[in-house]
Design a protein around this ligand. Structure first.
Ligand code: NIG
Ligand code: FE
Length: 417
């Protein structure tokens, strides 16, 4: 049979359900098969998952993929990343180690604005090559679906170049990308100084950048950094509402460094997710729960910024929200491209159990991106044939071997078509 594969010789298959997000206590129910399981794939989709002895006869001649006795999970879904950057910011890392704060550095024109200068100066080939390199850094750790944000262009031309680079890099890296326009990441330097200029940039975002990003599906989502000194809740609401009118999904960087009310704005506009949430309060959490807004936690950035306040994942899971984890991979606040390490941080600091951390990087992350149910983040009949194979004895160990890369991503031909 052409275009058919069987992944066999695996110790365990953690299916992560059948496509619906797993909420509350269901987050610990990974649907594990442990009795000589295998997964059969036809035309890029899962056709069978079950015991090898019951493998349908039609797969007798299918090409074999050796699972090497490892644990097979859905390919990871990284639902919040900033991969379209062209160079790291290790010099700022050194400044922070010497005592400067992330916000001090940003106020001095570093931070997001320094990545913006680099993106604007890079030609298209360099931008695409570096974005591909960044996506491959995630793929090596098991990621097959990556959300990718712009936000280092901060003008019409360079925001669109970033989104196109993410699209093209996804092709080159054999990854599915979901693209998010984050033109409201920071006020660009040339618009700073007075309120009129600030209002002008907001108009540019709403009237020109978002409509152009939405055109032809270049971006599917819009994001705003709602934070003290960045964009206010009112500005965030206005941008988000404009995005909704354009048919874009909305997500918001909320309550990362201070409690500003971004999570409540996210709920009001029907956002798919509010992300970070270290400073989330009860009112914001309840508003998100009522609106069905997912909580995306990014402990890699909490860690890298040496914050002492971590998002309270335990409480959000117990409240029944859809809770996802993501790397937030970016050159400033989260130079972390390893989801298993992020799972470890979630377990150590955010109150997750290891199984919950895996669901938060698969089924629930797919829902945070509003991907079609049953396509990604799950191993079930009809799902895309994209997997992560782990050199561990039990899925619980993924969040346990902190910092080690024990993973490879596996995709079967046709999985994205
Ligand atoms: O998710 N919070 C804002 N944006 C990013 C950081 C981007 C940067 O520092 O370059 C974040 O942490
Ligand atoms: Fe981010």
């Amino acid at each position: 049979m052409t275009n058919a594969h069987v992944i066999e010789n695996v110790r365990r298959v953690a299916t992560c359900g059948t496509g619906a997000p797993l909420l509350g206590t269901a987050m610990r129910e990974l649907g594990v098969l442990a009795d000589d399981p295998c997964v059969a794939v036809r035309d890029g989709r899962v056709a069978y998952v079950g015991a090898r002895k019951d493998l349908p006869a039609e797969f007798a001649k299918a090409q074999r993929i050796d699972g090497k006795g490892g644990v097979l999970t859905p390919g990871l879904v990284d639902c919040h990343t900033h991969p379209a950057f062209v160079k790291g910011r290790a010099e700022e890392f050194a400044m922070r180690l010497a005592g400067a704060s992330y916000e001090d550095i940003a106020a001095r024109g570093g931070g997001i604005l320094s990545s913006t200068r680099a993106v604007r100066e890079a030609d298209d080939a360099t931008l695409t090559a570096q974005t591909t390199r960044n996506l491959l850094r995630l793929r090596r750790h098991g990621v097959v679906v990556a959300e990718g944000k712009s936000g280092y262009g901060l003008n019409l031309k360079d925001e669109l170049r970033q989104l196109a680079a993410i699209r093209d890099a996804g092709e080159l890296a054999d990854m599915h990308t979901v693209r998010t326009c984050l033109a409201a990441h920071s006020l660009p330097a040339e618009f700073r100084g007075n309120d009129a200029r600030r209002a002008e940039y907001l108009r540019l975002v709403v009237d020109e950048i978002l409509p152009a990003a939405a055109r032809g599906g270049l971006a599917q989502r819009a994001d705003v950094f709602c934070e003290q000194g960045v964009f206010t809740p009112d500005e965030t609401r206005a941008i988000a509402q404009a995005a909704v009118r354009l048919g874009l999904q909305v997500t918001i960087h909320a309550e990362q460094l201070h409690l500003t009310g971004g999570a409540s704005v996210a709920a009001q506009v029907g956002a798919a997710s509010a992300d970070h949430l270290e400073f989330l309060d009860d009112a914001g959490a309840r508003a998100m729960a009522a609106a069905g807004t997912c909580a995306v936690l990014l402990p890699g950035s909490t860690y890298a910024l040496k914050m002492d306040r971590w998002a309270d994942g335990r409480r959000l899971i117990d409240m029944g929200l859809c809770v996802a984890l993501a790397t937030d991979f970016n050159p400033g606040s989260s130079p972390v491209a390893n989801p298993a390490f992020v799972m470890n941080l979630a377990v150590m600091h955010c109150g997750f159990m290891p199984e919950e951390a895996l669901v938060a990087f698969t089924a629930d992350a797919a829902h945070a991106l509003r991907l079609p149910a049953g396509e990604y983040g799950v191993i079930t009949a009809g799902a895309r044939a994209a997997f992560a194979l782990w050199d561990v004895d039990h899925e619980r160990e993924i969040a346990y071997y902190a910092g080690s890369n024990l993973c490879e991503a596996i995709t079967c031909p046709g999985w994205r078509s």
